[in-house]
Design a protein around this ligand. Sequence first.
Ligand code: NAP
Length: 304
Amino acid sequence: MTELGKTGLQVPRIAVGCMRMCNLEEKRAAELIHTALDCGMNFFDHADIYGGGKSEEIFSRAIGMNAQVREKIILQSKCGIRKGFYDFSKSHIVNSVDGILKRLQTDYLDVLLLHRPDALADPEEVAEAFDELYRSGKVRNFGVSNEKPMQIELLSKYLNRPVCVNQLQLSIPNASMITNGLNVNMENDSAVERDGSVLDYCRLKDITIQPWSPFQYGFMEGVFLNNREKFNVLNQTIDRMAEEKSASPEAIVIAWILRHPARMQPVVGTMNPARLKGIAKALKIALTREEWYEIYRSAGNVLP
Ligand SMILES: NC(=O)c1ccc[n+]([C@@H]2O[C@H](COP(=O)([O-])OP(=O)(O)OC[C@H]3O[C@@H](n4cnc5c(N)ncnc54)[C@H](OP(=O)(O)O)[C@@H]3O)[C@@H](O)[C@H]2O)c1
């Protein structure tokens, strides 16, 4: 377990992402959810747009939502993405939460995230929306996703509660937030500052980073595990370590993220219960420094 930001809320180190749940029949969703709970993973990440709301609906039906069930789980959802535009207006945020609560069959969210920065966002209006949602008891904690430090700073100037989460893309082959800090002032592309040092910023401000798509490369282009054409050396390294540690390759991938001292909470998106069980074993693996760097280099990352 780890603390989510500075909220006092204790959460499991690995979160279950429900983006792909809209494709499951209720019975399969129930299997996945119960496997997660058996493994101690009771933190579920949603968004109003996953399957156009279908993921949230299937989830609440599959888990058989009621007051006792609700007490045992931690629910996070997101809003702000609409068809062809982003919308952080007060009315949209407040209305979105009502829709989310209805679909999840609950009267509160543990965490609400703003899904992707809205160029037209007015931070004072966002603060008003958050205040209203907090006062009404509909949302207990607030965070963001895909945001840079200065965007969070601007928003925080007006918020009455701290931003506790920043959900960001991170995987071994998509680790620019780490690579950037290893190439300071170098004359190469890795030194180019693209995220405003978001990793260090979140650590400084006690904001939990939730890496999304930890098994994907590119912008959800595909899974790098078993992709020998593009990631042969990486797969060889991961397979060897998996064998040495009697764990699945998936567990090694997640152990690599957990080994970083930022106390990140990866959000895994598998809908396969057996794979999820394998991933849970990551909690028992402590990679050495040499192993962590070997995995990093095997993805083609070069140390200066
Ligand atoms: N904030 C954001 O902007 C944002 C964006 C995207 C996602 N997210 C969140 O992050 C969560 C995870 O995203 P994701 O689903 O793209 O993440 P992921 O865990 O990297 O990918 C899971 C997908 O890869 C497949 N897969 C195939 N082989 C696999 C293997 N060996 N190991 C693991 N998975 C394998 C899974 O299929 P099987 O089901 O068959 O295992 C599943 O379809 C989402 O559910 C969502 O909650 C957030």
